[in-house]
Each structure stands twice: as C-alpha cells, then as structure tokens.
Design a protein. Structure first.
Length: 166
C-alpha cells in the first residue's frame, strides 16, 4: 500500500491531496484542501506556515511518496518567486523526512488526468471526482490540482512496478 501526498505549490495558498493506493486504479482520497498563509505576516513567517502545515500533513498521513507540481512560467515575477520558495519548503520537508519526490509539469498532469493538455480547471475537478469516487468535485482548484498530481504519481509508480516485474 502506498500513500502519496500531492502538492500544488503556492505562496498564499498551497493545495494538498493525500491518496491511498492499493493497486492499479484502486485509489482513494484520504484528505485534501489548502494551507493558507496569513497575508499580513512577514514573508519568512509565511514560509514557516507552509513548513509547519506540510509537516503536520506528513505526521498525520505518513506519506510514502510526495508528488509536486513543477513551476511553470509566470508573467508576474513576484508570483513565480513566491511559488518557487513554497516549492523549496515542500522539497525540504520531503528531504528531511526521506520521502521520495516525483515532480510533474502541469501539462503532463492535465494530459494524464483528462487526456487534454489544455484542460480547464473544471475538467480537472470533474475527473478527480470520477477517478476518486468523490460525492462532488473538490471545491478548490488548488486541492483538485494536488489530487491530480498525486494520481499521476500513483500511475507512474504502478508503471515502474510493472516494468520491474516484467
């Protein structure tokens, strides 16, 4: 059994999704949501809030793998820097805990989950609902993206296992 913590990095709001994988296409969501940082707090404090939040998730769910969405080009340099710093904090948590990390480009995630590399947020949310048998789509785009990243990691791990045992 594998537990994957998927992360959609963000500085103000970081999406997370924890899935449990029992076998091929046997995945279930254990938790998903967002870690939101205090907009009034100093920059370093906001990074600490992300660090504390991701550590709490690791303590509670004991993931065996972490999947993180890669940074794509942002027109706003400040936004890109903040997201990059948030990714760095997440990667640090994984490294400190010895959790293997898989990283995926947004295009790869969209293509794997929906079959369309240009899929809209609503399409991803709907597919996550279907694939994880949720009563409704995740309300947060960030949480849906985090679950999608976790599912891509689950499928990649399944393929790797298949190739090793072939």
């Amino acid at each position: 059994m594998m537990r994957i913590l998927g992360i959609d990095p963000g500085f103000g709001r970081l999406g997370y999704g924890v899935i449990e994988v029992a076998g091929r296409d046997q995945c279930r969501a254990l938790s998903f949501g967002c870690i939101e940082t205090d907009k009034q707090a100093p920059h370093a404090e906001r990074l600490r809030q992300i660090f504390v939040g991701v550590n709490k998730l690791c303590d509670e769910y004991a993931p065996t793998r972490m999947a993180v969405e890669e940074l794509f080009f942002h027109k706003n340099v400040n936004t890109a820097l903040g997201v990059g710093e948030a990714r760095g904090v997440v990667l640090l948590v994984a490294a400190e805990r010895g959790i293997p990390v898989s990283e995926y480009q947004p295009l790869t995630v969209k293509l794997t989950i929906t079959g369309d590399g240009r899929a809209k947020k609503q399409q991803i949310q709907k597919m996550i609902q279907l694939l994880l048998h949720l009563d409704q789509p995740p309300k947060s785009d960030d949480a849906a993206d985090a679950l999608a990243v976790a599912l891509v990691a689950a499928r990649s791990a399944w393929r790797e296992d298949l190739a090793r045992n072939f």
